[in-house]
Design a protein around this ligand. Structure first.
Ligand SMILES: NC(=O)c1ccc[n+]([C@@H]2O[C@H](COP(=O)([O-])OP(=O)(O)OC[C@H]3O[C@@H](n4cnc5c(N)ncnc54)[C@H](O)[C@@H]3O)[C@@H](O)[C@H]2O)c1
Length: 371
């Protein structure tokens, strides 16, 4: 069912008040303050009539005792968060409510030193569906730790039961899983996922390098993308059993460019994934790329690149766009997994696209047109 277009603000509820949400929430204040200036960091100023700051956080759920019970404006600066503080003064916002722990917290994270660990609150979990409904949210944004299969399914179902759209920023497959997509279609709701593709991150760089090689007639014999970082996400991914979906998701980005052109991926020629946690780096993620290509007359090309970014801030602009695409889609009555916006903003969308095709689909939706 289409909903009335162009409400003054899009209302979001958030699961996981970690580093990514910290960057997003600070970003709202930052772009509000610089509204009249041409500051970098955002891909689209206008999406279907919505500016980047036309988003209100109306509910937030977490399970860490240092965050639950605090207004989000303070919880984002609580440990173990370590994202850069670029807007120390932010609005207080709603109070963080106690979620359902399920598989969101691993024994490994509980055993970490205080400043790097998760610490479960002894507050009673609230009724999430009721809380989402009471907040009058339009969209639920999922920022749970990697490996939260049950918890993600729980919150995705809560979004459906509460009648809100879902933005799945993590590598648990919801938008790209036809069974889950059908649940959103049946509920008349749009979904975007899975696993954010940061604005200028390792995934988009790997994608365009792979595309460039193929478009220039080269073969790719080897593509390696090694990632290191010191934030909570990298720490959580030290548990190998939680990591599998992240590696699959990262490799999907590269593999898709072969699949779209019918070029087989040679066995053992591809590696993309988080490699280790180095606390000193905090939210600075460093990615090392090595590509070995062959071109004219079989001549070899060997390419080494180092990319160094602030991991959480790098993802926030993409989320600001994905939220607006979801809202515009909802107003147009589009249901299920949004192909273009998912391919543009996520690593594992329901349908992989080239850079140009996914951008074109998003530009059309930004003008309230469907390709
Ligand atoms: N550039 C990026 O940083 C990037 C890119 C792509 C995907 N992601 C993904 O986004 C997700 C969030 O990243 P982050 O850096 O904010 O992680 P984080 O570890 O800093 O935050 C996760 C938060 O979830 C909370 N949590 C754990 N279990 C919960 C539960 N059951 N219910 C509610 N809250 C719970 C934790 O207490 C923590 O506050 C991760 O899965 C990450 O892989 C991040």
């Amino acid at each position: 069912m289409p909903v009335k277009p162009n409400k003054s603000k899009i209302r979001i509820a958030v699961v996981g008040v970690g580093n990514c949400f910290s960057a997003l929430y600070q970003g709202f204040a930052y772009y509000e303050e610089h509204k009249e200036e041409d500051v970098p960091g955002l891909m689209f100023k206008d999406i279907g009539g919505y500016a980047p700051t036309d988003i209100d956080v109306v509910a937030a759920f977490d399970v860490d005792r240092r965050k639950v019970g605090l207004p989000v404006g303070r919880a984002i600066f609580s440990k173990p968060n370590c994202a850069r503080i670029f807007m120390p003064e932010v609005p207080a916002g709603p109070v963080v409510q106690m979620g359902n722990v399920l598989d969101g917290v691993s024994d490994y994270m509980l055993a970490q030193p205080e400043d790097e660990a998760f610490r479960i609150s002894d507050a009673k979990p609230i009724d999430i569906v009721k809380a989402i409904k009471d907040s009058k949210a339009d969209i639920l944004v999922n920022y749970l730790p990697v490996g939260s299969q049950e918890a993600t399914e729980f919150y995705a179902q809560a979004a459906i039961d509460a009648g809100v759209a879902f933005l799945n920023c993590i590598p648990v497959f919801i938008a790209s899983n036809p069974v889950w997509e059908k649940k959103f279609v049946d509920a008349g709701l749009p979904v975007v996922g899975d696993d954010m593709r940061s604005a200028f991150g390792a995934s988009i760089l790997s994608q365009v390098l792979q595309e460039l090689a193929f478009d220039r007639g080269f073969s790719v014999d080897f593509h390696q993308q090694i990632n290191i970082g010191g934030n909570t996400d990298f720490n959580n991914m030290m548990v190998q059993s939680r990591l599998a979906s992240k590696k699959t998701s990262k490799e999907n980005v590269i593999r898709a460019q072969n699949d779209l052109r019918g070029i087989p991926v040679v066995k053992n020629s591809l590696f993309a994934g988080p490699s280790t946690y180095i606390p000193y780096l905090k939210d600075n993620k460093v990615a090392y790329f090595n590509l070995r290509l062959r071109g004219f007359g079989d001549a070899p090309v060997d390419l080494d690149i180092k990319l160094s970014v602030q991991d959480s801030e790098n993802s926030a602009g993409v989320v600001i766009d994905a939220i607006r695409y979801l809202q515009v889609a909802r107003e147009l009555g589009v249901v299920g997994a949004l192909r273009g916006p998912s391919a543009w903003t996520q690593k594992t969308p329901p349908q992989q696209m080239t850079y140009a095709d996914s951008k074109a689909a998003c530009e059309a939706l930004a003008k309230r047109k469907l390709l």
